[in-house]
Design a protein around this ligand. Structure first.
Ligand SMILES: C[S@@+](CC[C@H](N)C(=O)[O-])C[C@H]1O[C@@H](n2cnc3c(N)ncnc32)[C@H](O)[C@@H]1O
Length: 369
């Protein structure tokens, strides 16, 4: 590592609140990253915690998530090498929107469900102003920080329940978490410097994508390391139901229905990795598409489907596998992280035949003649 690369570790990744986020496992995961990596992909990036580590390590970082609100974090903190939000930008975001009448989705959909009317109106107004920011990095920061503010505001930090307003008027809960009664605007202002300070330039062209990984992988070349952290099928895998509200805010859907008590959008995007009926086939395709990437790290959990043993068999068709495990001491790690459950990392390296370098090949030929 060059001296300059050490300094990237002075930048701090703002604490996420995302099911299955790996920010607490980064030091452990880092131990298994091989040397000599130039380009790495975080294929199911979620909060972007591992992509941020790759960027800090000086890699050209490709990051991807099929949900756009996660991609916005990638655009803001991974692809963006220098743009931050200024006071002028903030004024613009908070100003009364000229086209207010076209921006009422949050008010119409979520008033009385997750927010009081005034908060929902504030969100619509803010959303109407985001396109006025003059570049993608600034817009992405605005989405990222306001979305994070919403998870701070809502009990449990996700939108898969209908208890938000009830808990926000429960004195016991408020005592434990004052954010429940704070205006979103205040939370936004508190978070802003943390995100601005996390923007840095690692002298690489980094990219954030918003694609189904099965469509993206076949289009990529010259990637040295892939990190796969798929949803843990059978255990909190439905990210679209937990975080539907952030996706609705970001996409500002005009063509969806909003269903159930939580008003999640329908139809949902197709993942391929969150339902038992699809997941085996999706993994087989994923690994075929990743054939040209020499090293893979795959996060997993011992409560997922397929079982660790069956999953190892699938991976072994393509790579030599070593299984590393980290046992949770308590149940606070998010997705599947019940006490006693294990965080697993499949460390996958090329099978022997791939190791033959061009030098070795030449030697072999010479020996035969
Ligand atoms: C376990 S989470 C990743 C957590 C992440 N490593 C972190 O530290 O925050 C899995 C992610 O995969 C995404 N996802 C699910 N299906 C996908 C697909 N087919 N292509 C790309 N991303 C997908 C989900 O939106 C979710 O963010």
């Amino acid at each position: 590592m060059l001296f300059e690369e050490y300094t990237y570790f002075n930048y701090q990744f703002p604490d996420p609140q995302y099911l299955g986020a790996k920010h607490t496992h980064l030091a452990w995961i880092k131990k298994f990253i091989p040397d000599n990596i130039r380009t790495a992909i975080d294929a199911f990036a979620g909060s972007q915690s591992v992509a941020f580590l790759f960027k800090q390590m000086g890699f050209q970082t490709i990051t991807n998530d099929f949900l756009n609100f996660n991609n916005q974090i990638g655009l803001a903190l991974i692809e963006n090498n220098g743009t931050t939000l200024t006071e002028k930008d903030i004024k613009l975001l908070f100003q009364p929107a000229k086209n207010k009448n076209k921006f009422q989705l949050m008010e119409n959909t979520f008033t009385g469900v997750f927010f009081e009317k005034s908060e929902a109106e504030f969100l619509d107004n803010f959303r109407a102003n985001i396109p006025l920011l003059n570049n993608t990095g600034k817009q992405a920061l605005a989405y990222t920080i306001i979305n994070r503010s919403m998870t701070r505001k809502v009990t449990m930090g996700h939108f898969g329940h209908t208890q938000a307003l009830r808990y926000a008027s429960d004195p016991e809960r408020i005592k434990r978490n004052r954010s429940l009664i704070r205006p979103i605007k205040d939370i936004f202002e508190e978070l802003l410097p943390k995100y601005n300070n996390a923007v840095f330039d690692n002298k690489q062209e980094n990219h954030s994508y918003n694609k189904n990984i099965l469509e993206l992988l076949p289009t990529l070349e010259n990637v040295d390391l892939a990190y796969f952290d798929p949803p843990y099928c059978d255990s909190h895998a439905d990210y679209q139901s937990f975080y539907h509200l952030l996706e609705t805010f970001t996409e500002y859907w005009q063509d969806k229905q909003f269903i159930n008590g939580i008003k999640r959008y329908e139809p949902q995007r197709f993942s391929g990795f969150d339902k038992k009926r699809d997941v085996i086939n999706s993994f087989e395709r994923l690994f075929e598409f990743a054939e040209a990437i020499p090293c893979w790290l795959i996060s997993y959990n011992n409560r997922s489907y397929p079982s660790v043993e069956d999953f190892e068999k699938i991976i072994s068709k393509h790579r030599q596998v070593k299984i590393e495990t980290k046992t949770y001491q308590n149940g606070r790690g998010g997705k599947g992280s019940v006490a006693g459950s294990q965080e697993i990392l499949f460390v996958c390296t090329p099978k022997q035949k791939h190791f033959i370098t061009s030098n070795q090949k030449e030697q072999l030929v010479n020996e035969r003649f």
